[in-house]
Design a protein. Sequence first.
Length: 64
Amino acid sequence: MPSFHVYVMQMCIFNKIVKNSGLPRCRLCGEPVQIGDEVVSFPAVGTRIKHYLYHRECFEKTLH
């Protein structure tokens, strides 16, 4: 399993993601990620998208 990071989405990170890849969405629920949301990110090797983003709540549901 690849390493992952849990963090709160901040405006500077959000703006970089929007500039490079468009509006970020959770890959599980499809809802947009907003500033202040707790997110989990996985590195995506070999793709233009640098990280896969998930809401922390959605990610924890997949573990149980």
